[in-house]
Design a protein around this ligand. Sequence first.
Ligand code: SDX
Length: 433
Amino acid sequence: MSKTGSITVTIEGSNSSTTLPLLGGTLGPQVADIRKLYSSLGIFTYDPGYGETASCESKITYIDGDAGVLMYRGYPIEQLAEKSDFIEVCYLLMNGDLPNKAELEKFRKDVTYHTMVHEQIRRFFDGFRRDAHPMAIMCGVVGALAAFYHDNLDINDPRQREVAAFRLIAKVPTIAAMAYKYALGQPFVYPQNKLSYAANFLYMLNTVPAEPYEVSPVLERAMDRILVLHADHEQNASTSTVRLAGSTGANPFACIAAGIAALWGPAHGGANEAVLKMLAEIGTPDKIPAFIEKVKDKNSDVKLMGFGHRVYKNFDPRAKIMKETCHEVLAELGIKDEPLLDMAMEMERIALTDDYFISRKLYPNVDFYSGIILKAMGIPTSMFTVIFAVARTVGWVSQWKEMIEDPSQRIGRPRQIYTGAGARDYKPMAERG
Ligand code: SDX
């Protein structure tokens, strides 16, 4: 990041003025460095939802929302989805470049040998109802990992940060599969070190003691692709939550649990589950126009789930890849006609010709098609956001590491504009209305 110029801020009607540095990065908009604004002019900036605010400097992921560009460490998502795999993408996000053969094998081993969880973790599940939402279980059990590692974890030691990252990337899928098995009333399945990351996850989700389970290469490739597409996404709500929690020096397991909690919301990672519910509620394609009219009616508060994005004002590149993958997976699974896919494609066609969506630059996002693939893979809707959390854990830990290692980072503490009551004296009960 380097100084590329300056901007002058003047308060009209007064002679208060200050000059602030403009800073430029490798790609994307420059930023106005406002760290001296309050001390110079006694004012804050106001940006609810931080839509126009750079909270940090990062080298991990770049998004151009207008062009529909997404890159992990400079590599376009389209190329990574086609040519790489999830464990290699994990290395890339954490270390900054693609590994050589030896580096990849060592990284794969480092992650693989942390996939098991402490046997006592199993006992946390007994407190949950069998019909508990698996994201509630994920928040609780991933946060509980802190209880196993808090005492011997010095986050200022790079090696210990790396081991915490390995543990999280490795154990989150194991816990996710345990949450699924618990809901089914089936026994937990131990990880298999000989399997790939995606295959091992599918193995733990689907194996039962009564018969052997062979992971289908089609499902393994589809799951791996879904994990790659969801791995990181710049400073989204859940990543910003992880960074904010991490800025206090909190245990990384607690920080990732905070990220899981934020991801759960239907406006964020919960959207994939909401898309399937929306399509099921609409029922048949002939009812789509009426639903679209409801979405356009501001009083209905109905959103077209899986559409729109805070940053993408063009197609979410992940949605395009997900749509292609959808067709591939359904074809390879021999599913000739999937009514939900027909519904989704008709919904996309109608929405993209309607001025309400065109004028607001609302396009399908990553969540619009992902649920249809997961459903075709036999995964229940309640597990969709859990799978998003499994994938995003590497993005969260990479961003958490980067934040800890950034010398300019300090505890996150936004300010506000206060519009509440002015100073007033306490009123005894007898004097109140
Ligand atoms: C993810 O940030 C990330 O990177 C997140 C994510 C990641 O990988 O981490 O990409 C993952 O969260 C994807 C988004 C999943 N969420 C959904 O699909 C839920 C449906 N989408 C909306 O809730 C909404 O689009 C948001 C929350 C995603 C974005 O909200 P914004 O930034 O407030 O939307 P906007 O400013 O672009 O809205 C502009 C207008 C508004 O209407 P007007 O006030 O101009 O009349 O478009 C409307 C919005 O009400 N609008 C929608 C809509 N999304 C926005 N109207 C109907 N349906 C929608 N989906």
